[in-house]
Design a protein around this ligand. Structure first.
Ligand SMILES: Nc1ncnc2c1ncn2[C@@H]1O[C@H](COP(=O)(O)OP(=O)(O)OP(=O)(O)O)[C@@H](O)[C@H]1O
Ligand SMILES: [Mg+2]
Length: 226
């Protein structure tokens, strides 16, 4: 796939949720372009729809109206399993709630997604161990026993392991002290730079937002600064 395939275009998108007997519109975005390789900060008040937006552009959720194109592919038109496959191949998602498997070690959490792409090699295991060490995560510890900061960094390593073309991070520094926050943000920028990946980061932290040349704001269900 050429790099052109990872330009993001959101067209005439609406996402509504059930609210009692009626529906509430969470997002209503007329048009948004993010060029392949761009690094974009996304802010907005709590409940403004930031997490929902990331889930829509990664095909975890599908809009009731409109399209999410990555290149020529409208991913919302794919079946659920095709969307899962697309995400597994191209998208690293750092979730607000980490989404680790509590019963598995940090190391197994990090290498698990690679099984969707083929067999896990010894080289994969060593790379995972090296990255976890570099992030000061005890690789053999069960994920449920890790500190929140260690969970966050494990989730980061899981994203880095898959060398994605699209990196989405939902408040990746929220659980971290200042030094660790800088470490995680540095790692995201470095990975995006090396992979020429698109990076979209939700954050409330103005010192983190300052790193982005382009900052979008979600307000009243739509994107400002688009
Ligand atoms: N499945 C759902 N059913 C009903 N309401 C929902 C659903 N999913 C999201 N919402 C609502 O949509 C709005 C946006 O939620 P979202 O989690 O995207 O906000 P956010 O900007 O990420 O907030 P935060 O900064 O607190 O993480 C919220 O009001 C939330 O309650
Ligand atoms: Mg959120």
């Amino acid at each position: 796939m050429n790099s052109q395939s990872f330009d993001l275009t959101v067209e005439d998108l609406q996402y509504r949720v059930k609210d009692g007997a009626s529906f509430r519109t969470i997002l209503d975005i007329n048009h948004l372009d993010i060029v392949c390789g761009e690094k974009v900060g996304l802010r907005g008040t709590s409940g403004s729809g930031k997490s929902t937006f990331l889930k829509l552009i990664s095909g975890i959720l599908i809009p009731q109206k409109g399209d999410v194109y990555w290149g020529a592919e409208a991913i919302n038109r794919l079946s659920e399993s095709q969307r899962d496959d697309w995400r597994g191949r191209h998208c690293g998602f750092l979730f607000q709630d980490f989404r680790l498997f509590g019963g598995l070690s940090a190391l197994d959490n990090v290498i698990l997604p690679l099984t969707f792409r083929g067999t896990i090699t010894q080289a994969d295991r060593s790379r995972a161990k090296t990255l976890l060490d570099a992030c000061a995560v005890p690789a053999q510890t069960q994920a449920s026993l890790l500190s929140r900061g260690e969970m966050q960094r494990t989730a980061l390593v899981r994203v880095l392991m898959s060398s994605p073309q699209v990196i989405l991070a939902d408040e990746p520094t929220a659980s971290l002290d200042h030094d660790n926050a800088i470490h995680v943000m540095d790692a995201l920028f470095e990975a995006a730079e090396n992979l020429k990946a698109t990076l979209i980061v939700v954050t409330h932290d103005s010192s983190m937002l300052n790193r982005f040349r382009r900052v979008l704001t979600l307000e009243d269900g739509t994107v400002r600064g688009a």
